[in-house]
Design a protein around this ligand. Structure first.
Ligand code: AGP
Length: 621
């Protein structure tokens, strides 16, 4: 997820761009850049961009005068190409006539890049965005005699949008059409600002509020031409149309959260899109599962005789889910270890060992150290991370990126569900390379993952009030227990972690079968127990465990599969989950527990996004 800002009007563009980027920095902050048309007689296209936070760009601009009334800005969250000056946006075409900023993923950029390279185009960066710039340049023709100004660029953008696949929001500026900005979107947000004597564009309203509250949200396959006098919107064939026009009544803080009261709730609701983005482009041209980066011979996968997964906290719980998928599909033994313990127990590692290191930030010291130890022992390391170019990914032999966008809340939600999905892709890649599944079987399983965003959307639409009510019921409990079996165990652990880390309630997850070996002594009258009892080969066992705790006075909140009529006979409350393959259920069962923890923390007046004693990234041992 990246941040885009644009301005055309009577005022100085640069301060508008920089202030806009500052409000959009939560959308991405691994690099940033601006492009301004300077000069009036023969406008010059100036671009300044830097890796790092916005401060690095501000420093670079301190020595440069960029005076002009038309410009674009961008703050990046990398999905293709590491965060470097070269990969930062804006990108320009070969002749330096036009600049583009982009949020999203172009799925068919590789084939387009190959065509352009064959035409002699040379690229400086690894990004899909630079390919867009070159494609627009190739489509741009000098306007026909008598054509209205500002038509060549927009015609080129319409042609490009008819060609490319993927989800994107783009904006362009061209020194040959110095009075316009051109923008378009498909699947990624872009809002336009109608101001006095100026027009603006932004990834979301946070970038516009300082200048206008009269905004127009573009819808898919719409294109806009912005001038100081106003904004014209058309479809991809040039027919006039309009976006969704409304007046913003949010303040800046609410706008950065896009109207949600907390980043955590916003990120819970971003999960369908984050999962969809994480699954984009996971099949290569031959219909085979492909990872983002593989720096070892995939044939070595067939000699792997042991897999270790190392991670911390929520990422560790994602590893526990992955164990079942990898063992089931790839037929190789998996051990999941707490990273801070792994290297101190002197694990048996050989060149035939595969170590999977999971880290949202890619900067967790415990996980980086565990991965480094594994590589020292000549094991191969695969990193699963949400941050392109993070330390962990640079030191791995292969990488799969979750494309969840920045996760601001300390409590991890969308990173967790996208980690499970990315690990599912890894499990299918291992099965494909070890030939324990045919390629078409891998594609069939991948299709099941691709159906998850739809299931998640429907799940997020219901249960909200029920979960808020249940959260109030557990908010004064001395102790909340979470139980499950098989894939329900990591979700019991994760549900307990979510609740304890943001509401400060004492919560603990157990394998349901373990209750009779001690924990059941904790059960007293009215004590809340959350049971993951979805359809699967251990369903009956979990129902028995529910009866055991209920018989001792527990108040049971059960997660059950839609259509299940047995669980409700034994539970006080039932939250229903769409029916999906047993190995994929955790992506859905965790979400009501995220929402439950969120409402409990709100009810108790906690600092939901930044709970006490915790940091988003733990860079100490
Ligand atoms: C989860 O809600 C916590 N924020 C924490 O357990 C986190 O998952 C852990 O610190 C690992 O972080 P990482 O994924 O960035 O390595």
């Amino acid at each position: 997820m990246c941040g885009i800002i644009g301005y055309v009007g009577g005022g100085d563009a640069l301060p508008v761009l920089m202030n806009g980027l500052a409000t959009l920095e939560y959308r991405g902050y691994d690099s940033a850049g601006v492009s301004v048309l300077t000069g009036s007689a023969r406008p010059e296209l100036r671009v300044v961009k830097r890796a790092g936070k916005l401060a690095a760009l501000e420093g670079a601009l301190a020595d440069v005068g960029l005076a002009g009334t038309v410009g674009l800005g961008h703050t990046r969250w990398a999905t293709h190409g590491e965060p470097t000056d070269r990969n930062a946006h804006p990108h320009v075409d070969e002749d330096g006539d036009l600049a583009i900023v982009h949020n999203g993923i172009i799925e068919n950029f590789v084939e387009i890049k190959e065509e352009l390279v064959a035409d002699g185009v040379e690229f400086l960066s690894e990004t899909d965005t630079e390919v867009l710039a070159a494609l627009v340049a190739r489509h741009r023709r000098e306007p026909a005699d008598g054509a209205a100004p500002g038509t060549a660029l927009v015609e080129a953008l319409r042609a490009v949008m008819r060609r490319v696949d993927g989800q994107f929001a783009v904006a362009l500026v061209d020194r040959r059409e110095p009075d316009v900005l051109v923008a378009g979107r498909r699947g990624a947000p872009l809002v336009l600002g109608h101001a006095d004597g100026a027009s603006l564009l932004s990834s979301d309203v946070a970038g516009l509020i300082a200048h206008t509250r009269d905004v127009e949200a573009l819808t898919d396959d719409q294109v806009a031409v912005l001038t100081a006098e106003g904004i014209a919107v058309t479809d991809l064939h040039g027919e006039p149309t309009s976006g969704q026009r409304f007046t913003v009544d949010w303040d800046i803080d609410a706008a950065e959260k896009q109207g949600y009261p907390h980043f955590m709730l916003k990120e819970i609701h971003e999960q369908p899109q984050a999962i969809a983005d994480t699954l984009v482009g996971r099949l290569d041209g031959d219909g085979r599962i492909a990872l983002d980066e593989v720096r070892f011979d995939a044939a070595d996968i067939r000699t792997v005789d042991k897999v270790y997964i190392v991670a911390c906290g929520t990422s560790y719980h994602a590893g526990l889910v992955a164990k079942h998928a990898i063992e089931h599909w790839a037929g190789v033994g998996v051990e999941v270890e707490i990273a801070s313990e792994f290297r101190y127990r002197d694990p048996i590692l050989t060149p035939h060992t595969l170590v999977v290191a999971i880290s949202q930030s890619g900067e967790t010291t415990d996980t980086i150290a565990a991965a480094a130890h594994a590589r020292d022992q000549r094991a191969k390391v695969v990193a699963i991370s949400n941050v392109v170019g993070s330390t962990l990914t640079r030191e791995a032999d292969a990488v799969i990126y979750t494309r969840a966008g920045p996760e601001i809340a300390v409590a991890s939600t969308k990173a967790f569900t996208t980690q499970i999905v990315a690990l599912g892709v890894l499990a299918l890649f291992l099965a494909q390379e070890r030939r324990t599944l045919f390629p078409e079987e891998c594609r069939d399983q991948l299709a099941r993952y691709e159906a998850l965003p739809g299931h998640l959307e429907s799940l997020l639409e219901v249960n909200g009030d029920q979960l808020a009510g249940l959260a109030e019921r557990i908010a004064d409990a001395a102790y909340v227990m979470f139980i499950g079996r098989h894939n329900g165990v990591p979700i019991a652990y994760e549900g307990a972690l979510k609740l304890k880390e943001i509401s400060y309630l004492h919560a603990e997850g157990f394998p349901a079968g373990e209750m009779k070996h001690g924990p059941i002594a904790l059960i007293d009258e009215g004590g809340p127990v959350v049971a993951i009892a979805t359809r699967g080969h251990v369903h009956g066992k979990v129902v028995s465990n529910i009866q055991e705790v209920r018989a001792r006075g527990a108040e049971v909140i059960a997660l059950a599969t839609e259509g299940d009529t047995t669980v409700k006979a034994h539970a006080d409350h039932v939250v229903y989950i769409p029916d999906v393959h047993e190995l994929l259920t955790p992506v859905l069962t965790v979400v009501p527990l995220q929402v439950l923890a969120y409402h409990a923390a709100v009810h108790l007046g906690r600092d939901v996004d930044q709970p006490r004693n915790l940091a988003k990234t733990v860079t100490v041992e």
